[in-house]
Structures are given as C-alpha cells and as structure tokens.
Design a protein around this ligand. Structure first.
Ligand SMILES: Cc1cc2nc3c(=O)[nH]c(=O)nc-3n(C[C@H](O)[C@H](O)[C@H](O)COP(=O)(O)OP(=O)(O)OC[C@H]3O[C@@H](n4cnc5c(N)ncnc54)[C@H](O)[C@@H]3O)c2cc1C
Length: 297
C-alpha cells in the first residue's frame, strides 16, 4: 500500500562521502539521478508533477566540503553549497559583506523551509531568488565538473552553453564589502515583488550594487533582475547609462526606459512579461531617486 502523498516508487538514496564520488555517480546514471540539497524544491516539483520522481537521489549531506562559511584567502566570504538559508542569514560575515543577499534570503519561503533549503539548491534551481543578489555582488562559484574542480564567476557558469549537466556546485564566494569611508554611499539594494506581502513566489526581483561617490558620481554599478521563473539577467544598458555619471532626473528616466527595453521577463498566468519589466524598471528608478540628492557630510 502507498501512503497518501508518497509517490508509488520511492527513489534509492545514495550518500556519497566525496565530491568526485557524487559526480561520478551522477554522470553514470544521467537523468535517472538528481542531487538533493535540502530537497525542498525537488519535493514541490514531484508533488506538482513538474518533474518525475527520479530512480536515484544523490543526497549531499555527508559532503564536508559543501559545509561551512568562512573568509577565504582572497578576503571573499566562502559559503558551502549545503549551508542552509537560515545559516546564511545568521552569519555575521555575510551580513556585513552582502546585505542584499541577506534581504533576498529573508524573503524566501518561511523559517521552517529555510532550515532545510540550501544556498546551493537555490542557485541550482536556475531561477532562485538569491541569483539577482549574487550576480549583483559579482559572486564566484567552485564546481566539480568534467572530472575536476573549477572556479569561475557565477555569471559565466550560469551562461555557459557547454556547462557539464552533472556539475556539482561546491562553494559560493561573495566579495568583501567595499570599505566605503571615502567612497560615499553604498547603492546596495534588493527588492522582491510577489502576489502578497510574505511567503510568496516572486513575480519580479531586482538587486543593485555599486557606490555613489562623494563627488556625486556612480561607480561599479551592477543591476540585475529576475524572478517568476525567468533567468536572472544583468541589465547592462542601464548600467552603462549610470557608470561614471550623476543621478540626474533625466538620466533616471533613461535608465528606467533602458530596463523596460532590455529585461526579458517571463509571462505566466499571474503576470505578463511587460508588467514585470515595468515593475523592475520602477523598483530600480525609485531606489536611485531616493539617493540622488545625497550630499556627503
Ligand atoms: C513552501 C515553499 C516556498 C518556497 N519559496 C521560495 C521563494 O520564495 N523563493 C525561492 O527562490 N525559492 C522558494 N522555494 C524553493 C526552494 O525552497 C528554494 O529554492 C531552496 O533554496 C532550494 O534549496 P534545496 O536545498 O531545498 O534544493 P533541492 O530541492 O535539494 O534542489 C534544487 C535543485 O538544485 C539541485 N541541486 C541542489 N544542490 C545542488 C548542488 N550542490 N550542486 C548541483 N545541483 C544541486 C537539485 O538537483 C535540484 O535540481 C520554496 C519552496 C517551498 C517548499
């Protein structure tokens, strides 16, 4: 007899002890196997029949290399892919270096889910709400792929057409926060629009990073939009309009137009792509508008 809510055939579960062993198992079984972090997304996919229950789960729980949060040699905050969302939220290093990331994490699901859900699982869902924040921060990743350990920018990994489909995400590297003392104001921001205030899937998410210097120019600006099943995208046309320039009213109108034109949002039963692009443009422009009259003390 099958208990209610359980699939008819339960998957086998493997608990590899090394990343190479996990990757080899995944490669040998191909689509019949999936890696499992916290399993929170996988479970909803099976329940909603978006994905079939696999023959084999490769549970990543015993991989020590995928645990822990600390400062790495280059000063980056290094986060194991199996760190839960709540472990990341509670971490003082991440809180200091990446306020946008913490804001993104706090708005994902509910505390009970965040105790199980992992940062690696969110990234590897390819449309997770942390992706805009991580891309705006210029995060890097280390992955075990093609039989070796690789380290590369997250942006490059997400957008590589030749990506190893069995790649195992091991660690995520977040650059340290800029000192800022002589640098003016941080432009860091993350916003999520859903269908209700909390515990909701995203319609649109946006993240901004960079600085508004004491002499009133924008430096190191990065703007990313995502959410609602769309891949997170760098909005380079708007970035180019802002970089090295001032936050004038005319420029902010142009930035808003550029986002609306460039952002390839997704459409679904809840909101059209046009609405989402409009929302992304408004969120970024409103944030920059609040800062535009900032005068350094
Ligand atoms: C009630 C509820 C609400 C939710 N709300 C949100 C939300 O608001 N925003 C949001 O972004 N998500 C949301 N989610 C989805 C999910 O909880 C998060 O995306 C979570 O971070 C996924 O992490 P996980 O460890 O559970 O991933 P899993 O379910 O274990 O895996 C997700 C995918 O990533 C792959 N994977 C996992 N780890 C690795 C790895 N190290 N290397 C390679 N591949 C890997 C898996 O094979 C799978 O394809 C919600 C889920 C639930 C149940």
């Amino acid at each position: 007899m099958v208990l209610p809510g359980l699939p008819e055939k339960l998957p086998h579960v493997a608990l590899p002890r090394g990343v190479q062993e996990a990757w080899q198992l995944k490669r040998s079984l191909g689509e019949r196997a999936v890696y499992s972090g916290g399993g929170t997304l996988l479970r909803t996919q099976w329940e909603n029949q978006v994905q079939p229950v696999p023959f084999q789960l490769i549970a990543l729980d015993r991989l020590k290399m995928l645990r822990g949060i600390h400062v790495s040699d280059g000063g980056m905050v290094e986060v194991g892919a199996m760190s839960t969302l709540n472990e990341c939220i509670a971490d003082p290093l991440l809180t200091r270096s990446a306020p946008q990331l913490i804001q993104a994490l706090r708005q994902i699901a509910a505390p009970a889910v965040r105790n199980l859900a992992t940062l690696g699982g969110n990234v590897c869902s390819w449309s997770g709400d942390v992706l805009p924040a991580l891309l705006a921060l210029d995060a890097e990743v280390s992955v075990y792929a093609e039989g070796k350990q690789l380290r590369l920018p997250l942006d490059a990994w997400l957008n590589t057409s030749t990506r190893d489909p069995h790649a195992l995400l091991c660690r995520i590297y977040v650059p340290p926060a800029a000192d800022g003392a002589e640098d003016g104001l941080s432009l860091a921001m993350y916003a999520k629009v859903g269908r209700r205030q909390a515990f909701t899937a995203s319609l649109v998410t946006v993240a901004v990073a960079g600085r508004f210097t004491k002499n009133g120019t924008v430096r190191g600006i990065r703007i990313v939009a995502g959410g609602g099943g769309a891949a997170a995208q760098r909005l380079t046309a708007a970035e180019n309009l802002l970089e090295g320039g001032q936050l004038s009213k005319e420029r902010l109108f142009a930035v808003s137009d550029a986002i609306r034109n460039q952002y390839q949002a997704a459409s679904d039963a809840f909101a059209g792509a046009e609405y989402r692009a409009e929302a992304a443009a408004n969120l970024v422009a409103a944030h920059l508008w609040q800062i535009k009259d900032f005068k350094a003390p």
